[in-house]
Design a protein around this ligand. Structure first.
Ligand code: C5P
Length: 312
């Protein structure tokens, strides 16, 4: 017999990964977070989250690094869905089927992407009308990067990264992402290493650089390459020296620039165009410098509902 729950269609939403074009980190705040001046770009690696009505809350994970993603209460997509249910009064439990393309614990906000996709999928499933600002605030409770992944595009992130202001950007940028084999890096661990490195020294408040802003306005990848920066890079490289080798190889094989993505360890290499990105990806894998590479362009849209639910 078909239950009433099964008659309600499932909804799939897709959310992108991010790279920080600039990541300026300030001193540690009293709440443990760091003030940031960052410029985010959403890139075309995606996780899909399908929300289906269910008798109880739960989630399953398939795709890249699926085995490393928690499926218990700690899963960020589930945290986000339950928070939206609580705030909106939509109490109906859902089962979330998460399909991953974004590396786990890689500095590309994969967990936050799942949360953003879950919010958008559940909002549609439950017909929740919520102002954008309110949804942003709820997203920020789940994680600092989640509001940006709802917006997508190119944007400045301030506060702890959760306050998002879109910036004018032109052109399409061609990236090659190199996931570093092994465990990934824990974001708190990288921030703790940043604090230890600055122990006894004054860390100034970060300010967004004019250079990155004018580079993304120009649409010129060489200008952007010259402006990329990440204050967490020395800490991520110290924790996983292999990152430094991969950055070196990417530069040797023609990347305009290569930096650590967010808190790492994924390396983000910027190419001058599509052909150059393909050549770079091939050289990195054929030489053995990288086991695995992911090509993507940015900027792309934030989290959005797909026209038809993904069949899992
Ligand atoms: O906000 P989110 O839960 O993604 O942050 C994960 C961890 O990263 C925080 O618990 C904190 O240790 C660190 N973090 C930070 N400053 C930020 C963002 C994250 O110290 N602006």
């Amino acid at each position: 017999m078909t239950s009433a729950l099964e008659l309600q269609p499932a909804v799939t939403a897709r959310a992108p990964a991010k790279v920080n074009l600039e990541l300026g980190v300030g001193p540690r705040r009293d709440d443990g977070y760091h003030d940031l001046a960052t410029v985010y770009q959403a890139v075309g690696l995606h996780d899909d989250v399908t929300a289906a009505p269910a008798d109880e809350w739960g989630c399953t994970v398939t795709g890249r690094d699926a085995g490393s993603v928690p499926t218990d209460e700690g899963n960020l997509a589930l945290v986000a869905a339950r928070l939206l249910a609580e705030r909106s009064g939509a109490r109906q439990p859902v089962h979330l089927s998460i399909h991953k393309q974004i590396p786990v614990a890689g500095g590309m906000a994969g967990g936050s992407a799942d949360a953003a996709a879950a919010l958008v999928a559940c909002q549609e499933l439950w017909s929740v009308a919520m102002e954008r600002d309110e949804l942003d605030r709820l997203a920020a409770e789940v994680g600092s990067d989640v509001p940006f992944l709802l917006h997508g595009g190119t944007a400045v992130g301030s506060g702890r990264g959760e306050l998002v202001t879109p910036v004018l950007a032109q052109g399409t940028y061609h990236w090659v992402f190199v996931p570093v084999p092994g465990e990934g890096l824990s974001t708190p661990e990288v921030y703790a290493a940043f604090d230890a490195r600055h122990e006894g020294r004054r860390v100034s408040e970060p300010t967004p650089g004019a250079e990155v802003m004018s580079a993304v306005r120009s649409g010129d990848p060489s200008a952007l390459a010259a402006a990329l920066s990440n204050d967490l890079q020395p800490d991520a490289v110290a924790l996983q020296p292999r990152i430094g080798e991969i950055i070196g190889a990417a530069l040797e094989f023609g990347a305009l620039a290569a930096i650590v993505s967010g808190s790492g360890p994924t390396v983000a290499a910027l190419a001058s165009g599509q052909e150059a990105a393909i050549d770079l990806a091939v050289s990195l894998t054929a030489s053995g410098a990288a086991e695995d590479v992911l090509r993507a362009t940015g900027p792309v849209h934030g989290a959005q509902v797909l026209p038809t639910p993904r069949l899992t």
